[in-house]
Design a protein around this ligand. Structure first.
Ligand SMILES: Nc1nc2c(ncn2[C@@H]2O[C@H](COP(=O)(O)OP(=O)(O)OP(=O)(O)O)[C@@H](O)[C@H]2O)c(=O)[nH]1
Length: 455
């Protein structure tokens, strides 16, 4: 290095220079002063290493980072650094340097542990670049900085430990104003959840989105959009299909918007497969009739409430057929309760096979059934009921004792339309349906009464 050039080490020793400079209004801001101000601001130690002569220069801050003043470390040589460096990190530092000098890395860049005067290890981020003869120097100087990143390293370590102990993936998901999205942080459990490495998911967030069940994906997108709009917590349950199988996940995260309009969600994804399947099973049980496997009264009422609410909004129509097996008590009394049960099951199958997939069939009482027919008018529903009545006449049933018999039913049919000025409530609709059914019973059974006709 040329003698008249000010080394970074010397610059570093000119303490107080900046303060003086600010007082001296006319003083010129030389590149050296600027550089020193920048270094002071970053709290970085500096080092210079002549690769040809082995000469080494450290600034006082370099020693200060490890609790020393430079004088205590005299004579400072390359060995000074090596002796303070953790033996296990030396090799990694050498490899990082070799990568840089071989042109495989843009910079000499590594984090090593260095021994503090107090006896604890500090994480020191070391960066350096080579000044060569292209820059007018007759020997090769590697120059760089040391920054204490112990606090960051410890926080990172704590975060990693925390992530390991939590039963899910911790993440930060970012949505930019232009629509670009990515994960800025993902804990390592991506492998357990998706069979994907964290790096893969960080590089391409769609690797995760592509695993979401196609039926659930629109709901996931929609809920993210709502959370972005309202900045309210994002909570979503969805299925994923991975190489490891299909299961339910639940995402929970809190969004925050930065001044540039970028939204970051910080949260966690957990596996809820067991509890969700149990929940779905219980839900299914709560709406299913145990004997026939049809829906039960509870589900039919819920379906009617939903359909009426939706129909009032969109002007939809639907019809209901309420069926009741005639003289069922006699069947029980004559052939026994188990035969009665078998009749109910068989009758349920016959109804199901005589109706459309979009129709909903429920057993709403002992020998009472309701068929809900969406987008169906009164006469069409009446025809379905009549055709079912005729079908049943051709069916013969056999008792446990081997006796054959046949059954009939009576039915009431009603229609509901959201376009009616005064639409009927669910309760009034069911009552009207019952009235029609009773009318059918009263007028001799084995018949259909549509919307009170025949009263
Ligand atoms: N086997 C069996 N019978 C049931 C079940 N639930 C209700 N029942 C019987 O169904 C019969 C219904 O009798 P009723 O209400 O008098 O009606 P019905 O005999 O069908 O006469 P109508 O409806 O007037 O034609 C009763 O004997 C109930 O015990 C069930 O799950 N299994």
């Amino acid at each position: 290095m040329a003698q008249d050039q000010t080394s970074l080490g010397e610059l570093g020793s000119q303490r107080g220079l900046i303060a003086q400079a600010s007082l001296m209004v006319d003083m010129e801001l030389t590149p050296e002063i600027r550089l020193k101000a920048i270094l002071e601001g970053t709290g970085a130690g500096t080092w210079e290493w002549n690769l040809d002569t082995g000469e080494v220069i450290y600034n006082p801050r370099w020693a200060d980072l490890l609790g020393y003043c430079l004088e205590e470390l005299q004579p400072v040589t390359f060995k000074t650094w090596e002796n303070l460096c953790h033996p296990k990190d030396l090799q990694e530092a050498r490899e990082a340097l070799a990568r840089y000098l071989d042109g495989d890395a843009p910079q000499f860049d590594c984090v090593v542990r260095m021994l503090h005067k107090f006896g604890d290890w500090r994480y020191i981020h070391t960066r350096g670049t080579l000044l060569t003869d292209d820059q007018g120097l007759d020997t090769r100087w590697l120059m760089g900085t040391h920054l204490d990143v112990t606090r960051e390293k410890l926080s990172q370590h704590q975060m990693e430990q925390l992530a390991k102990s939590l039963p899910g993936i911790i993440y930060t998901f970012v949505l930019e104003p232009g629509g670009r999205y990515y994960f800025s942080y993902l804990s390592e459990k991506t492998w357990d959840f998706y069979g994907l490495t964290t790096d893969e998911c960080l590089a391409d967030p769609d690797k995760i989105f592509n695993l979401i069940h196609p039926d659930d994906l629109p709901r996931v997108h929609e809920s993210i959009a709502v959370s972005a709009e309202t900045l309210e917590e994002w909570v979503c349950e969805y299925r994923v299909q991975t190489k490891r199988g299909s299961y339910w996940l639940k995402g929970v995260s809190l969004p925050e918007r930065d001044p540039d309009g970028r939204i970051s969600w910080h949260g966690m994804t957990i596996n809820i497969d067991t509890q969700k399947n149990l929940e779905l099973e219980l839900e299914q049980l709560s709406i299913t009739d145990e004997l026939t496997g049809l829906y039960n009264r509870r589900y039919m009422l819920r379906k009617l409430q939903e359909s009426v609410a939706q129909g009032e909004r969109y002007g939809d129509t639907f019809s209901l057929i309420s069926l009741d097996i005639d003289f069922f008590k006699i069947i029980n009394d004559s052939y026994g309760h188990p035969t009665g049960d078998a009749v109910l099951k068989r009758f349920a199958d016959i109804i199901e096979s005589s109706t459309r997939k979009s129709d909903i069939v429920a057993r709403t009482g002992g020998e009472e059934f309701i068929i809900f027919m969406p987008n169906t008018g009164l006469s069409e529903a009446g025809q379905v009921a009549e055709s079912l009545r005729v079908t049943l006449q051709t069916e013969s049933f056999v008792s446990d004792e081997g006796e054959t018999f046949s059954i009939t039913f009576s039915a009431g049919v009603v229609n509901w339309s959201g376009s009616d000025t005064q639409s009927t409530s669910v309760r009034d609709l069911l009552s009207a349906c019952d009235q029609s059914l009773y009318a059918a019973k009263r007028s001799g059974r084995n018949r259909i009464v549509a919307d009170g006709d025949g009263e």
